[in-house]
Design a protein around this ligand. Structure first.
Ligand code: PTJ
Length: 265
């Protein structure tokens, strides 16, 4: 399907372009129908965080980069929405952190697996795990199609990045002793609450920042360990929630509902 033309001067042009990209990839079989619903929910939460990378999000991104860089077997898990929105950043991050890339879908079909693989390969990926028969292992205690993982990837991983997740798998992976890094705009979601490191930010902002910070930290293991030992996910998540509350109070007081005050990062 050909999308509509977005007027560049439209005040929400970027947001509309992202929406169109998802619709286009939905027509091509990459994004699941529920992926469009998930995006709408993400957009709503993005308004609440002020459509910017907040200070707690940046702290979580630093911890995430550190966890990936110090991991023995890091894996980046990819679904339809993330392949559509940040394929290039996924490939860059995997290269900087020496992580493997695995397709893992809630609404699994061979057609979607292959469409996502193709998208990632176009973005420069050479090896994609979790496609077809390779997703032969199972995460215990999980009923959904997400339980099917690659024995060379998520099953063996010590750190798994799950950008835009549906919840139950995060908990199951943590129970298996893995560190789970979630990127989720909803700080109240099950994923956000159960992850080891929760980045409350839009994947389109968080992923480039994660690549940039991983580049800076990649030769400094000592610094990575220091960042990780000072990071408290529960406290950081509470700060993300408080920030939403404070920003909304400020907006209500100022009467200017369109501009959230910039904070020092
Ligand atoms: O491609 P599949 O088959 O694996 O399916 C993917 C979806 C997204 C449909 C599946 O994982 C799902 O159903 O997810 P949920 O339960 O809808 O949760 C998605 C979460 O991501 C919600 O908490 C949204 O607020 C959040 N979200 C949506 N868009 C973004 C986001 N978080 C960060 N960045 C976004 N762009």
């Amino acid at each position: 399907m050909k999308g509509i033309k977005i007027p560049p001067e439209h005040p929400r042009a970027e947001s509309l372009r992202i929406r169109e990209r998802l619709i286009e990839h939905f027509s091509e079989g990459v994004v699941a129908t529920a992926g469009l619903i998930a995006h709408g929910r993400g957009e709503a939460f993005d308004y609440l965080v002020g459509e910017r990378t907040t200070k707690p999000a940046l702290n979580a991104i630093k911890a995430a980069a550190s966890a990936l860089l110090t991991a023995e077997k890091p894996v980046v898990s990819v679904n339809g929405n993330t392949a559509t929105l940040v394929a290039e950043e996924i490939v860059k991050l995997a290269s900087v952190t020496k992580a493997r890339i695995e397709v893992n879908l809630f609404y699994r079909s061979v057609e979607r697996e292959l469409a996502i693989k193709e998208l990632l390969e176009k973005a420069g990926a050479h090896e994609i795990l979790g496609v077809g028969k390779n997703a032969s292992a199972k995460i215990p205690e999980l009923g959904s199609e997400r339980r099917r993982v690659d024995p060379q990837g998520i099953l063996l991983a010590d750190v798994v990045l799950v950008p835009l997740e549906d919840g139950d798998r995060t908990e199951a992976l943590v129970k298996m002793g893995k560190k789970v890094i979630a990127i989720d705009l909803n700080p109240l979601s099950r994923t956000a609450q159960k992850a080891t490191i929760t980045i409350v930010d839009n994947v389109v902002r968080a992923m480039p920042k994660l690549v940039e910070i991983a580049e800076k930290l990649k030769h400094d293991v000592k610094k990575c360990r220091e960042i990780l030992s000072n990071f408290d996910n529960e406290k950081n998540l509470a700060e993300s929630i408080s920030l939403i509350k404070e920003s909304l109070s400020k907006l209500a007081e100022s009467g200017d509902y369109l501009t959230l005050e910039d904070e020092e990062l």
